[in-house]
Design a protein around this ligand. Sequence first.
Ligand code: AMP
Ligand code: MG
Length: 352
Amino acid sequence: MITRVVKAVGDPVADRKVMEEAAGIIKAGGLVAIPTETVYGLAGNALDPASAKRIYAAKGRPSDNPLIVHIARLEDIDTIAGDIPEEAYKLAERFWPGPLTMIFHKKDIVPRETTGGLETVAVRFPVNKIAQEFILASGGFIAAPSANVSGRPSCTTAAHCMEDLDGRVEMIIDGGEVGIGLESTIVDMTVKPPCILRQGYINTQMLKEVLDGIDRAEGEATAKEHPKAPGMKYRHYAPKGRLTIVRGNTEGVANEINRLVRERERDGYITAVIAAHENKDRYEGAIVKDIGSLRDEDMIAHRLFAVLRELDDAGVEYIYSESFDTPRLGEAIMDRLLRASGNSIHEIKEEC
Ligand code: AMP
Ligand code: MG
């Protein structure tokens, strides 16, 4: 299959031809990678079991890891979801369109192939204009997991999609770099109180401002046996090199990372460090990736997946990362980084 990359700008008039073509592919059961405000998505018709199967095959994703259904009109949730609680409308009013996914009981129109066999369906209404045009043109219900091959860092540019999906999808819509760079926050609305299953750009505090009782899933980052969100048990976001997070006071972290780098370099390995802008000059002997300033956590979130992919391109075998426990997005950033490392975290004890 030849994968065509076409540009779109988010203007319905300028994008008309692209959207017609993309919609034709979706309606014929094909796949299109699309930009959203979070990460690029791998889109197919959510109401067609065969399209869902194709998505799993293209991503190499286990078929019990459910897909998120994307809509572009609030009223469309009634077509695919039932028993929608009042709280969901409160969250929708504040955060939709935007990077929030809500889980509801599914209606029969949604095939089990899309929901990974579950009786529930995850729904999101993205704010990205290109995504909205595409969803509406393509029939209104689009299953779109992140566009990366299963296990790899998510795609934040069309070039990343091409790396992972060339020959596996009919089209990639290039809408430039995504804005946020982290996947949506997922909240399960089928339980009382609603429960946060995945951290994202909309953090716990923001959700609590709307729904005070909202809860966090216990041990969400490590729940391997009985995860609330099925995808959590799978390896995620992983670079090819072995990633270790080192956490503690700035100087202790730098000393320990420099020691680990010296050790690996002595054995002939290619090493890299992921560091905050403020700390980048503390490191020596390795490739140093400046991920952004600690004062600009949006930038750190935005750069995270791209940095992991750049380290893959450089053939790095061992990666040491600082910890980025920033106030607003720290939860989400560290969730992704921890999973990318396979929970490999090295705590530096404060010296007494
Ligand atoms: P991705 O599409 O890569 O952003 O990941 C989608 C994730 O959403 C899955 O891995 C699940 O963790 C979660 N998810 C989707 N649908 C459901 C559902 N019905 N119930 C619980 N979690 C879901
Ligand atoms: Mg994903």
